[in-house]
Design a protein around this ligand. Structure first.
Ligand SMILES: [Zn+2]
Length: 232
């Protein structure tokens, strides 16, 4: 695929020089350069749905003509593929295991021709040196991709395990607290009910023995107890 005239001229010149570099031996070619906003929207939807590879947010991909910060009549990124790569698009799978040496060679040659990688997970995506990194948010529910060493990977894993354990303990504690609160509520109702019964029994007894006069000392005492219980 020849680079179209909508690729930024300096970018086009450097990519063509890199691909013609004898160290790459003609094994690499351009898979994708300029895209319309419509195409970027489709690619981004595929990415979010788990049907396609990484794609930048529509309107912000350097593959789109007129994207920021340039906002000109060109696109500013190229995706490179290797003939005979797998899948047929030409990308070399690089998700697991050590980095394929061909990627290291491609990056070295590109660097020598003034091109750099700007997307962390994409070995094949190059832009002019000095370009800002392109941040692609992870899919919902996915964590950020990190280039980790073995030790860092272990640290991250143990931190994740500890976080899971801490969450489990917190949930358990919350359940216990809720159970205790329910018991306390029941106890409170029981005690209040008991006092109500006592006060009402006392009233009945006073009524039987002293009549129903409002100002008897026993009556006043009962009113005080009753109001104390309902205030607490
Ligand atoms: Zn790209």
């Amino acid at each position: 695929m020849a680079l179209s005239l909508t690729v930024y001229p300096e970018h086009r010149r450097r990519v063509e020089a890199a691909l013609a570099d004898p160290r790459l031996g003609g094994r690499w070619y351009v898979v994708s350069a300029c895209r319309s906003n419509e195409l970027q929207k489709r690619l981004y939807a595929d990415y979010l749905a788990g049907r396609g590879p990484l794609a930048a947010i529509p309107g912000r991909s350097p593959h789109e003509i007129g994207a920021p910060p340039w906002r000109d009549a060109f696109c500013h990124a190229t995706d490179l593929g290797r003939h005979g790569g797998n899948p047929p698009g030409g990308y070399i799978p690089n998700r697991k295991g050590p980095r394929h040496p061909e990627w290291a060679l491609l990056e070295q040659v590109c660097n020598d021709h003034g091109l750099v990688r700007t997307v962390q997970k994409e070995e094949w995506h190059v832009q002019l040196s000095g370009s800002a990194p392109v941040h692609i948010p992870p899919r919902p529910g996915e964590t950020e991709y990190l280039d980790l060493t073995g030790d860092e990977h272990q640290l991250l894993q143990s931190a994740q395990e500890q976080a899971v354990e801490a969450r489990r303990l917190a949930v358990e504690q919350a359940k216990r607290t809720a159970a205790v609160e329910t018991k306390l509520d029941r106890l409170d109702m029981l005690v209040t009910g008991l006092f109500d019964d006592l006060v009402s029994d006392g009233r009945d007894i006073l009524a039987d023995h002293h009549g129903v006069g409002r100002n008897t000392p026993g009556r006043r005492l009962l009113e005080r107890i009753s109001s104390q219980v309902h205030r607490t």
